[in-house]
Ligand binder design. Structure first.
Ligand SMILES: Nc1ncnc2c1ncn2[C@@H]1O[C@H](COP(=O)(O)OP(=O)(O)OP(=O)(O)O)[C@@H](O)[C@H]1O
Length: 319
């Protein structure tokens, strides 16, 4: 069973399709990154997956059932981006309230609440009212609520937006623990380095459509970016490098050296780059293979999308 399956999911507000034929599959136990620029339709998609917004068209299955089914919902965890909690409740009362809604018994909650508070770094703070919590503590409390009832699928919408660097690492560890327990995590985040470190697969969305989805390696199509620094650019060197890979950048601005970025198909092509520099009579000052980074992919994808696809498409034009 897949944790999430959507087919041609669509949401129209007024005359505009904000989610437009979105097809996704997230297997159980996978950490899935859902990325896209502001207004791409990410939150609307999450709301449809949670049964909070009704799709205009298309199919959505979550944990094998309908998101609105209470039995399915009891196995979902959700940390919204705009978390607001009852300020007069203590964290323990807040978690008890959410736990009861998810069907946990009083005895289970007595054991579970201190555990989750400890997990999110709020051990010993459960008796304080949420009104006295800092923003980061509130986000941690929200995360505790999302994982409290042993969900099989957790939605985390910008889960570290209020957290300090230590908190961010802790959230990453929590996500990794969830994966190890077979829990699927659907992660929305603009912090691409964070997504890169924790996600098994990612999807890039823009204007409600998936531009690409796959593992980092799939998305890069097996390409390996290599940074080169040479003392000068003798005649012919660029042509030789172009024969070995795609020359993405040449920076001749620095007075003392030239920086290049070459994308090769595989690591076995790296020695040939060094040989090319040597044979051309230049000095090689640095040769650094780089892990593909999401930020580059993100910018490339968003920029590569033709201008025509950027304008909002009115619903009537599609009919
Ligand atoms: N209830 C609504 N009524 C009308 N338009 C809406 C509604 N909710 C969202 N939209 C529009 O749908 C588009 C997508 O919004 P959504 O919040 O899903 O984007 P997002 O990808 O989550 O953005 P961000 O990264 O900024 O949070 C936006 O243009 C937004 O204005």
């Amino acid at each position: 069973m897949n944790a999430i399956e959507t087919r041609e999911l669509r949401k129209v507000y007024g005359s505009r399709a904000v989610v437009d034929g979105l097809t996704l599959t997230v297997p159980e136990g996978e950490v899935f990154g859902f990325l896209g620029p502001n207004g791409a339709g990410k939150s609307t998609t999450v709301k449809m997956l949670l049964g909070l917004v009704l799709p205009t068209a298309g199919e959505v299955q979550v944990l094998g059932g309908r998101p609105a089914d209470p039995q399915v919902r009891a196995r979902l965890g959700f940390l919204p981006e705009q978390f607001r909690f009852q300020t007069w409740m203590t964290a323990e009362e807040f978690l008890t309230f959410h736990g009861r809604l998810a069907g946990l018994k009083a005895a289970e909650l007595r054991a579970r609440i201190p555990q989750v508070l400890e997990t999110v770094g709020l051990g010993g703070r459960g008796r304080e009212t949420l009104g006295g919590y800092s923003k980061g503590m509130l986000q941690r409390a929200g995360l505790a609520g999302a994982i409290l009832a042993h969900p099989r699928l957790v939605f985390l919408d910008e889960p570290t937006s209020a957290l300090d660097p230590i908190g961010r690492v802790e959230v990453r560890e929590i996500i990794e623990r969830l994966r190890a327990e077979g829990v699927a995590v659907f992660l929305n985040s603009h912090l691409l380095s964070e997504v890169e470190q924790v996600c098994d697969r990612v999807a890039f969305v823009k204007q409600g459509r998936v531009l690409e989805q796959g593992s980092m390696r799939d998305l890069m199509g097996g390409v390996l970016p290599v940074d080169l620094r040479v003392n000068r650019l003798p005649d012919g060197l660029l042509d030789t490098l172009r024969g070995l890979g795609e020359v993405r950048r040449v920076d001749t601005n620095p007075a003392t050296h030239v920086d290049l970025e070459v994308w090769v198909a595989q690591a076995s092509a790296i020695p040939a780059l060094a040989r090319a520099v040597f044979t051309a009579g230049a000095e090689l000052h640095a040769l650094t293979p780089r892990r593909p980074d999401l930020e580059t992919m993100f910018l490339d994808l968003i920029e590569d999308t033709p201008e025509a696809a950027r304008a909002p498409r009115p619903e009537v034009a599609r009919a």
